[in-house]
Design a protein around this ligand. Structure first.
Ligand code: CP
Length: 300
């Protein structure tokens, strides 16, 4: 593996190894305090971030490496040829984390870069988030074998990666979205071409989606860049809010996941987000540990 642009880049064994390694690092971070010594990592961001930026920068610092955060518009990435700029950046650093509006930008970066490129979120995928979430699921259940997941809300980038992560690990997933807001067709095609269709159920009915789940995941109804659609989306997605009423249809006291930032009272109520079933802050913490494992693995 040179890059991580999507979870389709990883096998079941590679994902399990990363999760296991992250668990080891989490238990004994001191042992890895020099693992990135003399390594420099560039973080090139077109969009704002709290968790992704800080967990990468914090993780790099804790492992003795150096990080350079660059807001895209303060560089010349938008002025010249992107491949030329990437060739230059990859002469200076050992790894690049990029958050971009369009996934195709990451593909251009990956081709031009001599060093690994990691997707820190694109319009299509958020693989680092889901790898950390799989670590959280493993911590909660001790195994992936007893897990039955549900996604309720927008078929967005996080949803696409959650479907892929679950399918690669043979975890069943039911996805409830409004009509017209289904996951990306590339993900559906991947599911079919890898004979994983028995694991994925698509529905428009949130009650059906949550009934058998022991994990329920949601995310914002209005992602960055969709502000023009805000009014329409908030109306269309109203029946997909995770609230006590929806949870009354569940049978297995599910854990509640959200990648954050949450819009309290929109896709999820305070009551649910702050409940004992919520594992959102464990998810957030695990970004740090999983990304440490990822960076060490990519830089080996
Ligand atoms: N979950 C997540 O990626 O958070 P940020 O957008 O704050 O990085």
């Amino acid at each position: 593996m040179k890059d991580l642009l999507t979870l389709m880049d990883l096998s079941k064994t590679q994902i399990k190894k990363l999760v296991d390694f992250a668990e080891i690092i989490k238990k004994n971070p001191q042992k890895y305090s020099s693992s990135l010594k003399n390594k420099t990592i560039a973080l090139l961001f077109q969009k704002t971030s709290t968790r992704t930026r800080i967990s990468f920068e914090g993780g790099i610092n804790q492992m003795g490496g150096g990080s350079i955060y660059l807001n895209w518009i303060t560089t010349n990435l938008h002025l010249g040829s992107l491949p030329d700029e990437m060739k230059c950046i990859s002469l200076y650093v050992d790894l690049i984390v990029a958050r971009v509006f369009e996934h195709t930008i990451l593909e251009i970066m990956s081709k031009a870069s001599k060093v690994p490129v990691v997707n820190g979120l694109s319009d299509k995928f958020h693989p680092c988030q889901i790898l950390a979430d799989l670590l959280t699921i493993k911590e909660k259940f001790g195994t992936f074998n007893k897990v039955n997941t549900s996604w309720v809300g927008d078929g967005n980038n996080v949803c696409n990666s959650f479907i892929l992560g679950c399918a690669i690990l043979n975890i069943p997933i039911t996805v409830a979205t409004p009509p017209g807001y289904e996951p990306h067709e590339e993900v559906i095609n991947w599911i079919h071409s890898n004979n994983k269709q028995d694991l994925l159920t698509l529905t428009n009915d949130p009650k059906k989606a949550v009934r058998e789940a022991n994990v329920i995941y949601t995310d914002t109804f209005v992602s960055m860049g969709q502000e023009d659609e805000k009014e329409k989306r908030l109306d269309v997605f109203k029946p997909y809010q995770i609230n006590k009423k929806l949870l009354s249809y569940t049978q297995k006291a599910p854990f509640i996941m959200h990648c954050l930032p949450a819009h309290r009272g929109v896709e999820i109520t305070d009551e649910v987000l702050d409940s004992d079933q919520s594992i959102v802050f464990q998810q957030a913490e695990n970004r740090l540990h999983l990304q440490k494992a990822l960076m060490i693995s990519l830089l080996k």
